[in-house]
Design a protein around this ligand. Structure first.
Ligand code: SF4
Ligand code: SF4
Length: 415
């Protein structure tokens, strides 16, 4: 294999291979897939850090895989897999050294671009009047003291779709969320193909995975498919000019046909091992027609209204605003914090709560997620990541609830 870096390639179009990992037209060039080894993955992390990115990626902490700072390969969950089922999450040791051999982690990209607690502004009252401190707002109104721009390593295909949904929701309306927009525009995304979906995954049903492939998803800058057969390596696809520039910093020879076929096989195999399915055919209409279904009473008898499902969901975006001041009343701050439609106070308006019962709140969440979201934003609000199923302490499963409304039972794969 020739040791040629992507930066050394000519401006000519590279020959395409007969696989689904195709060349990407980036600016004036068409850049074909590349292959890097383990040392190339470290070089990629180093190249991103050298360009000023704070690299965040999957890391083992507290018995789960969560977002964490990635400086070396040792920060990644090498050799770790996971088991996910309804109300069940466990790490497990793999019998190989895969860096990305697990399914969607406990956190999506949501907390990175849309923090749980966002300082909107800080103000001070004095004899001269009320002033908003300039250091509390940076470019486009975003906080100045950020540790970004961020490079997100290991973003799954379902989460790319979730980011695209947030892009539409948070920046596609009359008033864009400046804080979110600033973080998103500066971010570099390295996605990864899923190789081992969990028992709660159903991205195939939602058309959102398991391989990052563009379409209605947020664009990746680089995308990796991890290969373990015949040598530990990664097929790298380029999705943007920025991705090409970063890849030019490291040694990344063109991927041989065998690697492209192996990457195709990994994704095809993952697609057959989804633990859940969701029949989306006519689902919006089904939900609208079942507003009075007794199934809502049934699920409400199990639901704890704990809000877990909305916290882990990569597309939920409900927030509330908290104003706080110090004891003198001279210094005040306004924060935007995550909220949930499962909280009774969330629908409190002028003297009353609109959705008083857990039944009405679960119905609202599921009907919005799978039905009225389509009318509102043009897509489903669910990307099939399965997190709400895994992290619900009452083992409530959105795919099972949808099937129950149809009068069917969805098939599941034992994990
Ligand atoms: S469905 Fe589950 S996770 Fe969601 S609020 Fe109810 S008990 Fe909590
Ligand atoms: S509703 Fe559940 S499966 Fe769908 S995107 Fe949200 S957390 Fe994932």
């Amino acid at each position: 294999m020739a040791e040629e870096s992507v930066g050394a390639q000519s401006a000519e179009t590279e020959p395409s291979a007969p696989t689904t990992v195709g060349p990407t037209t980036v600016g004036p060039r068409t850049i074909g897939p590349r292959t890097i080894g383990i040392e190339g993955l470290q070089a990629l992390i180093d190249a991103l850090a050298a360009r000023g990115y704070t690299v965040l990626g999957p890391s083992v902490s507290g018995g789960a895989i969560v977002n964490g700072p990635i400086r070396t390969l040792d920060d990644l969950p090498r050799g770790w897999g996971d088991e996910q089922e309804s109300a069940h999450y466990r790490l497990r040791r793999r019998d190989d050294d895969a860096f990305f051999g697990f399914a969607a982690g406990a956190q999506s990209a949501k907390p990175v671009f849309f923090p749980t607690d966002e300082l909107l502004w800080r103000g001070r009252r004095s004899r001269a009047g009320f002033t908003v401190e300039p250091e509390s707002a940076g470019a486009n109104g975003a906080p100045a003291a950020e540790s970004g721009p961020y490079a997100l390593l290991g973003v799954r295909s379902c989460d790319l779709h979730a980011i695209a949904i947030h892009d539409r929701v948070l920046t596609g309306r009359v008033q864009a969320d400046a804080h979110y927009a600033a973080r998103r525009s500066g971010a570099f995304i390295v996605s990864v193909s899923c190789t081992d979906p969990a028992g709660t995954c159903f991205c195939v049903s939602m058309g959102t995975g398991p391989r990052p492939e563009g379409g209605s998803a947020a664009r990746f800058d680089l995308s990796l498919t991890e290969l373990l057969d015949g040598g530990h390596r990664f097929v790298v696809e380029v999705g943007s000019d920025r991705g090409a520039e970063v890849l030019a910093d490291i040694t990344a020879p063109p991927a041989p046909l065998g690697d492209l076929e192996a990457a195709d096989a990994v994704a095809a195999s993952a697609a057959t091992r989804m633990g859940r399915t969701l029949d989306t055919d006519g689902l919006k209409e089904l939900l609208y027609a079942n507003v009075e279904s007794p199934r809502w009473d049934d699920v409400a008898s199990r639901c704890l209204a704990c809000t877990n499902c909305t916290m882990v969901c990569p597309t939920c975006f409900c927030t509330t605003v908290n104003d706080v001041s110090d004891l003198t009343g001279d210094d005040g701050e306004r924060h935007r914090v995550w909220d949930s439609c499962f909280d009774a106070d969330f629908s409190y308006i002028h003297g009353g709560t609109v959705r008083e019962s857990t039944k009405s709140r679960y119905r609202q969440w599921m009907t919005h997620k799978l039905g009225s979201w389509i009318d509102q934003f043009g897509t489903s609000g669910c990307v099939g990541c399965g997190r709400c199923v895994t992290w619900c302490p009452a083992a409530i499963d959105i795919t099972a609830e949808a099937a129950a409304l149809r009068g069917t039972t969805p098939p599941t794969r034992p994990n």
